[in-house]
Design a protein around this ligand. Sequence first.
Ligand code: 5GP
Ligand code: MN
Length: 344
Amino acid sequence: MTLSAEHVGRLRELLAQPRQRFVIVAHTNPDGDAVGSSLAWAEVLRGMGHEVTCIVPNKYPYFLDWMPGIERIIVFKNDAEGAAARAIGQADAIFCLDFNAVSRLEILRDTIAANTTARRILIDHHLSPDEGFDLSFSYPDASSTCYIVFCLIETLFGVGSISLPMAEVLYVGMMTDTGNFAFSSLTPGLFRAVAALVERGIHIPTIHNNVYNAYTEGRARLFGYAIDRKMQLIENGTVAYMSLMEHEMRRFQFQQGDSEGFVNYALTIKKMKMSAMFLAHRKFIRVSLRSRGDVDVNLFARKYFNGGGHKNAAGGKSFLSMQETIDHYIRSVREFAEEGGLGA
Ligand code: 5GP
Ligand code: MN
């Protein structure tokens, strides 16, 4: 990946100012890439003598608890003392990591919007980023924000500046956003980055185990239930969907992050083109979409579920009931297929 030399130059200037107050924010329902890139970038900025506050709108999943430095991240939703709002109010610059639009911050959005003087720097790999960032490192072809952060660090300071904890958290984002190096955008550059992280001392089996083999018994049983009882196939078995209501999640002691990977599972069926997961929330239904090959769920999410994401992994929201949401999905898939969205 080639970073824009002009943008790197502007970033260098910004970082060269002494003792800046920086805030790093990542998206709602932060995942391995959002958390990993935030933690690594925070360490870079702290290493330069800046004051850094990392903020996420709501809690990250429990299988990321082990990540070095994660305890310093402020969860805005649980921040009774208002430390996040204070840091945002005083920030000289706000780094926006792993999301493309301030609306993706949801409950944190207004607090960020209220600081009209801080410069906003985007570091992200989602399609169609919002305009209005003062400096933008938007690379939709990059497989993760962690990979972009790695490239920034490499360009600014060289890989020798990457500490072991930084290497570990960067690897988490590279691993999770590529489905353990199975999806698209797997470039030689990415594997060179992984090689550099191995040289910094990361132990891949341990990280893999920490992230993927750290679930509860309830989650394992919920998975079996969801696949057997809730997965439905339409469009001649080429499109799937699955839904979980709050009472079903309670039955299996659901914790945030427990449904991670469910939506992908339907795509293990040979002729499957697209899969959806509808997860009930207090105020709305969270929609997760996955697809294979040329089927573009970013487009689908934008058109039918007021969302977005990547070509093969996107999401959105529905404010209808579960049944109405499913009916809307089935109708939308039909229309999408008629317009050629599912290919031949
Ligand atoms: P997930 O299904 O893992 O929650 O999200 C998959 C992808 O879709 C992620 O890249 C995420 O950023 C994006 N995404 C999820 N929900 C939304 C949403 O409500 N709006 C937009 N624009 N993107 C979303
Ligand atoms: Mn990401």
